[in-house]
Write a protein that binds this ligand. Sequence first.
Ligand SMILES: CC(C)(COP(=O)(O)OP(=O)(O)OC[C@H]1O[C@@H](n2cnc3c(N)ncnc32)[C@H](O)[C@@H]1OP(=O)(O)O)[C@@H](O)C(=O)NCCC(=O)NCCS
Length: 207
Amino acid sequence: MPIKIFFNTADSEQIEDIAELHRNSLPDDIPTILGKKFLKGMYAVFAGSDSEIIFVDENDVGKISCVAVFTHSPEDMSSRILKGIALNVLAEVAFKVLTTKSLREYLANLFREIFKKSSPLLVPEIVYIFVSKESRGSGIGNAMLRHIESHSNKSGIHKIYVKTLYSEDNAAIGFYRKCGYDTECIKLNGGREFIYFSREIKHTAKQ
Ligand SMILES: CC(C)(COP(=O)(O)OP(=O)(O)OC[C@H]1O[C@@H](n2cnc3c(N)ncnc32)[C@H](O)[C@@H]1OP(=O)(O)O)[C@@H](O)C(=O)NCCC(=O)NCCS
């Protein structure tokens, strides 16, 4: 699978396509709820950063079939996104937060969790992975994970983390288990339970 890598390079047309696929694939994700402009801004930050890598797989006709985002610096990723997004977009986001109940509840829960320190914010290294609807079920997601593992192995990383919403109807849970990921913990994040998986990649990464 020939995978394009965006690392410290921004391609605005592709960023638009990646953000659109994110929106369609992860409708309940907070950046999706924050809106198209926020998503585009977030991917522009990822693309221009030397801490994140965007992996993109395209099909035969050049349409994006799979995207994954990997971070080398999970602890300050959120603050870098907020700093990198244009002020006018942040103003729109603030308005959206004020007028959207689910976002207000998410933030209130998040602050409560941070202050209680019961659930420190954990951003896993694989921030996102999604496959376009028409390409699912043919091994692309698995191949992308193997590619990231191999890439991480070469960078000296031997264990990687990923998280997903902990709910019965979340297909990604079965996917990560099938791909060899072990349950690490379950944590609250903004009032929602997330399941964290990890995988030792030393000597296991195969392409
Ligand atoms: C989850 C997702 C990335 C899987 O990608 P995919 O390309 O369809 O998965 P693959 O075809 O590579 O499947 C790999 C393995 O996982 C298994 N798998 C995939 N979906 C599964 C499911 N819903 N339940 C159980 N196992 C599943 C496959 O059967 C396969 O196992 P096998 O090799 O033994 O047959 C894709 O469905 C997706 O983009 N979903 C929406 C976004 C999302 O949930 N992203 C992850 C959370 S951030």
